[in-house]
Design a protein around this ligand. Structure first.
Ligand code: NDP
Length: 434
């Protein structure tokens, strides 16, 4: 706190993890002696840079670019790039820090990193996005590479942005190195099922958790916040498993459709078009639109899948959800519940799948994309999807195991933090004090 007094999101993420590690450190004092925690909390490298670009009217803009290379004990830094006006060093550090443990949980050889910019892609033309991405990569290219740091997409960075970023990387390096970015288009090294991976993976994980408790998605009422990449594919898989998804949102408001959300309409609005979720009611007049996206969880549901942004569920929202009888929560977004909200769910014995474990499917498939790139091959959708299901099951089981090994059976927050940490801590110990 003394070292990073203004980094509230980063401190929030650190507090949650360090709290879970108390029994681990007590059992393994050697971690303390080799300064594992002190080293883990300090990123290996933080790169901040100016990103100047010119809009369609010829006006010059300057944004700030970031890449936090947090920890490379398990492999090259890996983690997405976020383009959103709220991006700052604290946000990038919290995301990068979480990414270390998440990547460790996937069982793949990937370290933790994250990056982005306070650039707002909303309302920008294609050419403006391209010029921004080119300027961003003109600085970033020297810090990344298939064996050093492999960025991917996140909020505001999808296949279009990854394409422009990859084009500029290739130009700056003079080499076609497919493995430098993941989330690429299928024609130049992208992986099938990467688009679906985070949302599908979330539902696979929650399904494991439900199954273990004698429940499943069938016939359940589900709410998914957001309507972006993670949300859309979480809704798709939940509906495929027999759930009725009744609400989703964007940053302006939310829709409630008691008949079940029509996903084709949401895809048409959000994937093909660049429209607001409010337009849904034009096609489905029986659905209702409400302003204030934060109220989406006031609708009663059995299973809540927050997939929009950090801290969207605070203590007050958590209380409403508890009062409404929510049975399970699966975090698709990163850190969507405040620490207070999370504690309330755990104290009330609600089935709770934390982001670090439950949304790891995206990065897991990114690692599979890297493997395909290095072998210069492409796998079928079914093969990637099958690997994703296995990985999500393993993460669930390893997290449950760690939770019971360290005296908190059933607590997936503690279990995922502990299981993720031990692998990184052991690798750091073996690699010496660097
Ligand atoms: P997208 O940019 O595709 O979608 C984000 C969605 O959330 C949009 O619908 C956006 O609405 C909405 N949103 C943003 N802020 C708010 C808010 N305050 N309240 C309600 N809705 C909001 O991003 P992703 O789907 O890729 O990412 C969503 C979350 O999942 C993030 O936390 C991200 O870090 C996490 N994640 C993503 C992974 C991936 O593979 N993409 C992997 C692991 C985690 P609007 O259009 O109005 O901005």
């Amino acid at each position: 706190e003394q070292r990073n007094p203004h980094e509230t999101e980063f401190l929030q993420a650190v507090k949650e993890i360090v709290g879970s590690l108390v029994p681990v450190i007590a059992r393994h004092p050697e971690y303390m002696n080799s300064g594992i925690l002190e080293r883990l909390l300090e990123p290996e490298k933080v790169i901040t840079f100016r990103v100047p670009w010119v809009d369609d009217q010829g006006k010059v803009h300057v944004n700030r670019g970031f890449r936090v290379q947090f920890n490379s004990a398990l492999g090259p830094y890996k983690g997405g790039l976020r383009f959103h006006p709220t991006v700052n060093e604290s946000i990038v550090k919290f995301l990068g820090f979480e990414q270390i443990f998440k990547n460790s949980l996937t069982g793949q050889q990937i370290g933790g990193g994250k990056g982005g910019s306070d650039f707002d892609p909303k309302g920008k033309s294609d050419m403006e996005i391209m010029r921004f991405c080119q300027s961003f990569m003109t600085e970033l290219y020297q810090h990344i590479g298939p064996e050093t740091d492999v960025p991917a997409g996140d909020v505001g960075v999808n296949a279009r942005e990854i394409g422009y970023l990859f084009g500029q990387y290739k130009k700056m390096c003079g080499a076609f190195e497919a493995g430098v970015l993941t989330g690429k288009g299928l024609g130049y090294g992208g992986s099938l099922a990467r688009t679906e991976a985070t949302g599908y993976g979330l539902v696979y994980f929650v399904q494991e958790m439900l199954k273990d408790n004698g429940l499943d998605f069938k016939g359940k009422t589900v709410i998914v916040s957001g309507s972006g990449n993670v949300s859309i594919y979480a809704m798709e898989k939940a509906a495929e498993f027999g759930a009725k998804v009744v609400a989703c949102s964007d940053s302006d408001g939310y829709i409630y459709d008691q008949n079940g959300i029509n996903l084709d309409t949401v895809k048409e609005l959000k994937e093909t078009g660049d429209e607001r979720i409010s337009a849904y009611t034009e096609k489905h007049p029986s659905a209702e639109y409400f302003e204030d996206c934060t109220q989406i969880f006031s609708i009663p549901c059995d299973i809540a899948l927050p997939c929009a942004t950090q801290n969207e569920i605070n203590a007050e929202t958590a209380q409403t959800m508890l009062d409404n009888g929510v049975k399970a929560i699966g975090e698709g977004a990163n850190m969507p519940s405040t620490n207070e909200a999370q504690d309330m769910f755990l104290e009330n014995h609600i089935l709770f799948a934390p982001a670090k474990a439950a949304n790891a499917g995206g990065v897991a498939v990114s690692a599979l994309e890297m493997a395909q790139n290095s072998g210069k091959i492409s796998w079928a959708f079914e093969k990637v999807d099958a690997r994703l299901q296995e990985i999500m099951k393993d993460i669930y089981q390893n997290s449950m195991q760690a939770a019971s090994d360290y005296g908190t059976p059933g607590n997936l927050v503690a279990g995922s933090n502990i299981a993720g940490f031990i692998k990184v801590a052991d690798a750091m110990t073996e690699q010496g004090i660097i």
